[in-house]
Design a protein around this ligand. Structure first.
Ligand code: DP6
Length: 332
């Protein structure tokens, strides 16, 4: 099944030719997974092997403004800089827009403003595709539900399906071949004292994209067979921890989930390793501080930087040990 089949099916009973607005505007937050998405059962539709669970960063993300232009190609501007038409990012966005053009040959100016810390390993594709899909919904007055927008955002990037909501979010893996049951939904928990800090450790370019790395893990890592079991277990525990606000349980489970994902990648061939010496040193510092009684945990995505998890009452102390930490607001 192709992406275009999914789009067609989703719009089958809808009036896609509704009035066009002059412009479309939408913001989407980026998100950090506490239980990771790693591995697909369908690489075309970005259908995951497992469910995943994340927290959105309410004021870090992408604001996308769309306007029609009278040109032969779409234009993409990122943080006020026009991007080259042959860049990988622009190609991916244009291919995504192609899914919605039908016979009409409109072209757009896509103006994206991202305020996520540069090179901090925060998923720009997640908030990018979620805000693009929401801005299209605004521009064409489709009036799609957030669930439908989540399905569409997933076609751009898997983790984007979770960036349609604030707070804690679960992306259901789903079972259907067309992925209509693979979308994200908010979880009914808030935790004002919960904090996340971004620990920048290196600005070096990623050695391999998460897309390629997860495919390689699925295809070559013998340990991958155990990953679905780990996720099943961790999603249950994380939800319990959120329910009763047990921070050590949440932090420990999120850290162990991230480490298991990285261990599974390491067993791929050629190996996939996002650890730098600085990453390991920071992990060891977190473990040493925890031994001394500090309730501090980390998670790591497809990059060398860590995200620290802690409660607001120890923020000052955490900042003392990690002066470069960028603290992020999660709840008001
Ligand atoms: C490590 O969503 O970027 O951040 O679906 O191929 O676009 P594609 O992958 P992507 O992968 C994110 C991987 C991760 C874990 C997570 O966010 O759950």
């Amino acid at each position: 099944m192709k992406k275009s089949d999914v789009v067609q099916a989703l719009f089958a009973n809808k009036n896609q030719k509704a009035t066009r607005r002059e412009s479309g505007l939408a913001f989407a937050p980026t998100n950090i997974a506490l239980c990771k998405y790693w591995g697909k059962r369908d690489t075309e539709l970005n259908l995951p092997n497992t469910s995943s669970l994340s927290i959105s960063l309410p004021d870090k993300g992408a604001l996308t403004k769309l306007t029609f232009i009278d040109e032969t190609q779409d234009k993409v501007v990122l943080n006020d800089k026009p991007l080259a038409a042959d860049s990988a990012f622009v190609k991916r966005l244009v291919q995504f827009l192609d899914l919605f053009r039908n016979e009409e040959n409109w072209k757009l100016n896509v103006n994206i403003t991202m305020n996520i810390p540069v090179a901090a390993g925060l998923a720009s594709s997640a908030c990018g595709f979620a805000s693009l899909v929401s801005a299209l919904n605004d521009l064409f007055a489709w009036q799609l539900s957030t669930k439908e927008l989540s399905i569409l955002a997933r076609l751009g990037s898997g983790s984007a399906s979770r960036s349609l909501w604030m707070g804690f979010v679960e992306w259901h893996a789903g079972l259907q071949r067309d992925g209509m049951d693979s979308f994200a939904e908010p979880l009914p928990f808030t935790w004002p004292e919960l904090k996340i800090g971004i620990l920048p450790l290196s600005t070096k370019e990623k050695s391999i994209s998460s897309r390629e790395a997860m495919q390689r893990t699925v295809n070559t890592s013998l340990l991958y067979a155990n990953w679905p079991k780990k996720v099943l277990q961790d999603t249950v525990i994380i939800k319990q921890a959120l329910q009763v606000k047990n921070f050590s349980l949440l932090g420990g489970t999120a850290e162990s989930n991230a480490l298991t994902m990285h261990a599974t990648m390491l067993a791929s061939w050629p190996p996939v390793c996002y650890f730098l010496p600085e990453t390991i040193a920071a992990m060891q510092q977190v473990w040493a501080l925890r031994q001394e009684g500090l309730d501090l945990f980390f998670t790591q995505d497809a990059g060398p930087n860590l995200k620290l998890l802690y409660l607001s009452d120890i923020e000052k102390e955490v900042k003392k040990y990690f002066p470069s930490l960028e603290t992020i607001k999660l709840f008001d």
